[in-house]
Design a protein around this ligand. Structure first.
Ligand code: SDX
Length: 427
């Protein structure tokens, strides 16, 4: 029989089972707590709450470790491909060659979007933020693909997962093309997932687009690093939306909306804008002081993390890749020097040391994306493109979990006690 936790509340004893995972903190199963005590737990921001069981991703925040189905992110980033990681997250094991080829072929054949979807873009202003377009267009997908929205049919769940993974690059590239007034390019089945995306984004109908292998490899690595990350805010949003039985396209649109926030996926755009605003290293102390000032809402974007109290392993990979990619592309961007100097100063400052604030995935990614040619407004779109693999994998895991039920948190009510209505004439 497993360990139990005893609680004395309102003079009454109760006890709760302790559950253990493969690795990581145990959990206290409090599902019966309200029934036994009449009290709720209180945990704004879910800092001490596990919302589900999952076998997809594990983070050891103190050690700075990130595993996808047990494989360390640095090994996947250096030796795998985004399609391989997508297969791994969806299916639980690294694919053999034949499986990977079949999976890639399936994804490739879903990269086109319904021709009428293109007219959605015309409804947006050209200067609309691409994330606004992504929220709208992805949310509309269920209107175009109703044949894969029965969430109780495992086949339809997988088809909608494949459609979402395959169509996100096409939709993202179209959002970029629309913003710069260039025509959309159709996907091509002879290109890799990432090569296809780069051509749809930077190619033009007037000439052949040559895919730079350095850029393709860097982009693929960035996609791998953004694929999944336990129960972060946007993944929790996808799960909560999915728990009501909403169709997968609507759930992913909800995840995109949540990811857009500057405290979450929007931080990559905010981090590069911040680094550009700082400009030269001599202005770093001014911004460090602002980040430490309680009366100033400014935060160092790309720094800090709810789980990592050590270096985000993705930031380690990206910091190295930033130097490599800019060198190979022959680009020197003073922002990279500013980023490195900001990191050096911050990591020697007691405020950041005491609060265990380190660079996270969003601190260096923008330097590489900017070198590749993306405007900052596309950075979170790229994060959403990659995180779609994690979102659909988590959604499938949740729907298939016999323990799952509609998510419906309670509250600590602080409003007025019951009182009677007063007619207008008497107020
Ligand atoms: C992502 O959850 C995930 O896994 C997310 C993600 C994923 O892959 O899905 O990893 C992607 O969202 C990365 C995080 C991107 N966001 C940013 O870079 C924005 C800047 N960072 C912060 O806003 C903050 O660090 C959060 C939101 C990331 C985490 O916030 P927490 O866990 O709620 O921590 P907190 O706000 O309570 O901060 C703890 C203390 C506070 O000081 P005190 O009130 O205790 O005195 O640290 C301070 C904060 O003021 N602090 C910062 C800071 N981050 C936290 N101070 C200055 N600059 C910062 N960046």
């Amino acid at each position: 029989m497993g360990e139990k936790v005893k609680l004395e509340f309102g003079g009454k004893p109760s006890e709760y089972p302790v559950l253990s995972g493969t690795v990581g903190p145990d959990v206290i199963d409090i599902r019966k707590l309200y029934g036994a005590t009449g009290a709720f737990t209180y945990d704004p921001g879910f800092t001490s709450t596990a919302s589900c069981q999952s076998a997809l991703t594990y983070i050891d925040g103190d050690a700075g470790v990130l595993l996808h189905r047990g494989y360390p992110i640095d090994q996947l980033a250096e030796r795998s491909s985004f399609m391989e990681v997508a297969y791994l997250l969806l299916n639980g094991e690294l694919p053999a060659k034949a499986n990977l080829e079949a999976f890639s072929r399936t994804i490739t054949r879903h990269t086109m979007v319904h021709e009428q979807l293109a007219s959605f873009y015309a409804g947006f202003r050209r200067d609309a933020h691409p994330m606004a377009i992504m929220c709208g267009v992805v949310g509309a997908l269920s209107a175009f693909y109703p044949d894969s929205t029965d969430i109780n049919d495992p086949k339809q769940r997988m088809i909608s997962a494949h459609r979402l993974i395959a169509k996100m690059p096409t939709i993202a590239a179209m959002a970029y093309k629309y913003s710069i007034g260039q025509p959309f390019l159709y996907p091509r089945n002879d290109l890799s997932y990432t090569g296809n995306f780069l051509r749809m984004t930077f190619g033009v109908p007037a000439e052949e687009y040559e895919i730079d292998p350095v850029v393709e490899a860097a982009m693929d690595k960035i996609f791998i690093l953004h694929a999944d990350h336990e129960q972060n805010a946007s993944t929790s949003t996808v799960r909560l939306a999915g728990s009501s039985g909403a169709n997968p396209f609507a759930c992913i649109a909800a995840g995109i909306a949540c990811l857009w926030g500057p405290a979450h996926g929007g931080a990559n755009e905010a981090a590069l804008n911040m680094l550009r605003e700082i400009g030269t290293p001599d202005r770093i102390p001014e911004y460090i002081a602002r980040a430490k000032n309680k009366d100033d809402p400014f935060r160092l974007m790309g720094f800090g993390h709810r789980v990592y109290k050590n270096y985000d392993p993705r930031a380690t990979v990206l910091a190295k890749a930033a130097t490599e990619v800019l060198d190979k592309l022959g680009i020197s961007d003073p922002v990279l020097d500013t980023a490195r100097e900001l990191e050096r100063i911050a990591l020697t400052d007691p405020y950041f040391i005491d609060k265990k604030l380190y660079p996270n995935v969003d601190f260096y990614s923008g330097v590489i994306l900017s070198a590749i040619g993306f405007p900052t407004t596309m950075f979170t779109v790229l994060f959403a493109l990659a995180r779609t693999v994690g979102w659909v994998s988590q959604w499938i895991e949740m729907i298939s979990d016999p323990e799952q039920k509609i998510g419906r948190p309670r509250q600590l009510y602080m409003g007025p006690a019951q009182r009677d209505y007063i007619d207008l004439a008497n107020r």
